[in-house]
Design a protein around this ligand. Structure first.
Ligand code: URA
Length: 210
């Protein structure tokens, strides 16, 4: 059976992540690293994607060549920080369809409030990768996955940069069928719902807001 949680321990991912965590890292460097890391994570997250074949001519002969069923893939970004992961993945898989879910965390209750949802059609026929850099309480991620499931998605993977044990547990309880791929499993959440040691607010760090 596929593991519920995969931590991508690749040295390049870990090195880049450490620079991103450093509070002195600039916005532009943070964005560049996130783009690079998302490509490396895309490698892991797409490991079991369905393949097809196509007859092509090499300079020597025809061959039945393996191809990714790119059009069968949907990426769903949880706004706004999800977009930072999205860009790098799209660079590798330009044919993927893309959806967006807008959720913000109510600062008092930490519960997700939906303000936008636009998803690709025929999610029941696609693999769906939901992306958000931070799996913190897991409430937003679970709510986003509720939405894609309502649209018919069955094969879903959740991709994040950092996960808190609390978020992993929440996702396992709400969506035990969804595999989580992350670059690191951190220690805990603080009283404000931030991942510790973490990297701060991912949206603020990538967009230079406060
Ligand atoms: N969202 C963030 O951007 N950072 C956290 O640590 C938790 C949630």
């Amino acid at each position: 059976m596929t593991e519920h949680l995969t931590v991508v321990n690749h040295p390049l991912v870990q090195h880049k992540l450490s620079i991103m965590r450093d509070k002195t890292t600039s916005t532009s460097k943070f964005r560049q690293l996130l783009r690079e890391i998302s490509m490396l994570l895309a490698y892991e997250v797409t490991r079991d994607l369905p393949m097809t074949t196509k007859i092509i001519d090499t300079p020597l002969c025809p061959m039945e060549a393996p191809m990714l069923e790119g059009r069968k893939l949907a990426l769903v970004s949880i706004l706004r920080a999800g977009n930072g992961l999205l860009d790098g993945i799209l660079e590798l898989i330009p044919a993927a369809r893309v959806g967006f879910v807008g959720l913000y965390r109510d600062p008092e209750t930490l519960q997700p409030v939906q303000y936008y949802c636009k998803l690709p059609s025929e999610l029941d026929e696609r693999w769906t990768i939901v992306v958000d850099p931070m799996l913190a309480t897991g409430n937003s991620s679970a709510a986003a996955i509720d939405l894609v499931k309502k649209q018919g998605a069955k094969n879903i993977i959740f991709l994040c940069l950092l996960a808190a044990p609390e978020g992993v547990a929440r996702m396992k309880e709400a969506h035990p069928d969804v595999r989580i791929v992350t670059a690191a499993l951190d220690d805990h959440l603080n009283d404000h719902g931030y991942i510790v040691p973490g990297l701060g607010d991912a949206g603020d760090r990538m967009f230079g807001t406060k």
